[in-house]
Design a protein around this ligand. Sequence first.
Ligand code: LMR
Length: 396
Amino acid sequence: MFGSLQPQPADKILKLMQMFKDDPREDKIDLGVGVYKNANGVTPIMNAVKDAEERIWQTQHSKAYVGLAGDAEFNEALIELVLADSVSRAHVAAVATPGGTGAVRQAFELVRQANPQVRLFVSQPTWPNHLSILNYLGIEIVEYRYFDEHSRSVNLQGMLDDIAQAGPNDVVLMHGCCHNPTGANLTSSEWDAVIASIQQTGATPMIDIAYQGFGDGLDNDAAATRRIASSCPEIIIAASCSKNFGIYRERTGQLMLITSSKKKSVLNLNQDTLAFLNRQNYSFPPDHGGRIVSTILNDDELRTRWADELEHMRISMLEIRAQLARELQQRSQSNRFGFIAQHRGMFSRLGCSPEKVDRLRDEHGIYMVGDSRINIAGLNSQTVPILAQAILDVGI
Ligand code: LMR
């Protein structure tokens, strides 16, 4: 039976992780997979998370199933973190999912169920796993222009022209903040234009928000998502707690479906459909990570400490961005790398050929994704000058 299995295309981010592990060079630098690392190269457990886990350990007396939607306190707390008061809670259906990827997968299944002919509009480029899951599910992909390779910023006109081609039965997927893989983001007025265009097409917006708090702060990073939620009749949101709570392996995420309908039957059906999809795919979602999140968000003191720790991570990434842009400016005697300081979140796309990415790896032991995405958090003040020199040595 299994003799008929075909090899699957390798995931380029996970393949890179393995190559880095296998490289014996001691001075190698990992700018691959998107996990936050401190100046010592460690992905730390946040203190607020440790304390929340201790409280859970002290007070939790059962590991029995909770419910198909996951823990209600987690769902409420994350809805509030992402949406604040932009929409009435009554209009939000939500379930916990295994990480942000679980939410993305469930969202795609949801829209396919609602419309088997749905077309998913995705940014060019987008997170490679968006494309992989869509292909796996047999959903038609339409790319919209997003990244201007020359300026390394958003090609707004291209984006607007392309999403204008969407129709009422299509979905337009956008990154809520900290675009992965480019680091280039829409300004507030550019979001206005995008929202107006989506409203005109009647397409359903879908937001993948995986880096809230890593760009311009917790509220600023959710501002576009909140504006879309309050101005479009329907919206799907896939939220992740992996990065902003540093609980990657706990697989903690949430799928939200928001409708402006006031009909109780519609709201109930939305919630039931999300719970049904959970049941079909993995039954009950993981609980531990969600409980960490709700323990933190529902306790003023823990929440403040967590927000401070997150802010520290955000500022340290901004400092690295500034240092790298400065080093490159001094060494190249040009401003052509200024975009690194403008980008936000964990990633920047350098915008060089795969051959140069290979040379950086082979000649300098510097690992980045083949499209020249670097993880800013993989750097520290000592490795920034090494990367800057290597970038110039290979002729970027
Ligand atoms: C990334 O883009 O590196 C992260 O989202 C991790 C992943 O699963 O790809």
